[in-house]
Write a new protein. Sequence first.
Lengths: 261, 221
Amino acid sequence: MSPTESNLPDAAALLTVRGLRKAFGRHEVLKSIDMDVRRGEVVTLIGPSGSGKTTVLRCLNGLEVPDGGIVEFASDLTVDFSLPVPKKQLSAMRDRSAMVFQHYNLFPHKTALENVIEGPVQVQKRPKAEAIEEARELLARVGLADKEASYPFELSGGQQQRVGIVRALALRPQLLLFDEPTSALDPELVGDVLSVIKELADEGWTMVVVTHELAFAREVADEVIFMADGVVVERGHPDTVLRDPREERTRQFVDRLLNPF
Amino acid sequence: MTINWDLVWGSLGPILTGAITGTIPVALASFGLGLLLALLVALMRLSRNPALSAIARMYISVIRGTPLLVQLFVIFYGLPSIGITISPWPSAIIAFSLNVGGYAAEVIRAAILSVPKGQWEAGHTIGMSRRQSLVRIILPQAARVSVPPLSNTFISLVKDTSLASLILVTELFRQAQQVAAFSQEFMLLYLEAAVVYWTICLVLASGQSVLEKRLDRYVAH
């Protein structure tokens, strides 16, 4: 936490996104997205597939380089994508957040524990013993204390995703990004993963979650952003956006998720 | 036809000596150097830099499009005419390394591409540079995939080293030829050489299965 924080208009602002744009070829996936995330806040992105919500996360984590817009972390890192961005600044931005992937993307040739300590030890150069100790604590917290020596193929989808979450946590990022963390899971395993994410939210982790789980969004999110065709259609408190949306498109989308038949 | 067993046992000495001091070290050195070269060429071929990729493509095309014997002769008999004289051993190792480099580059490239893109992304999100992801995440997984085809390359190489006999390297086949010329027992000596090559390759094949089992320990069966 920087001491200059209190001088800011919004002392708790962690992430400010303005006019974020991204096109793949001629297809504009993001057409000027604005977003504000305050410390400890949970923002969920919902919307039909192809709406660009995953691309927002990927841009924040540097997996895609936006074509324009500004991403600002706290008061000490501003990246302006309308100019050529130096590699160093991109990595600095990337290091603020950690991504949890829809398909977990665990390293199959490493055990659960090795997956978790890879970043802290190899990238952040933290002492290995300390990283292992922390990884064990984190694995225990998500109910995987006895799985540290298991390879990903020996774990269920829900267990793999919990390792994925722990791998992100171990990096000690300022922001956690979840890209449809439960979409690839069997229905009976979804709850375990969502309750882990909810616990993290309760502990004060700041996160942006792309999800189709409206019940989760309603219970955990501070703000819900509904996107379609690369724009933000509606945003607000989950009670408003999910129960009583202003926009017709939001209403249609929410209705379809709640009543698929 | 009666088998002259005395000749069989008597010639085994020079033939095995040729294998141990010629065939095997030439094959090992060429395979090692060739793999390093192949990795470099594969990475160039995958590079976003069009010049690097074109050079790699050209190299692979030339190596695969010309006979190994011709490559060997160009290096040993051809280069002296432009003032570069290389003795038999290094000539053989250079030619075989270049050859392995061309073939194995395509194997390694395919193996790297077989690793899902999500693995690069996971490396990125934990803060790795592309190089770090390549070394710690991608190559170990690519290695598993490339063991069977690279074993093929290695086994072919062991047999191809017999061509070095034509540039005067004292290896297995040259020893067999010399005994055959002296004794006039061509059938016997060449079959004996064949059996020794086969034995070496059997050992390599069993090495391959050990390696495959080791690298398969993290894959569901």
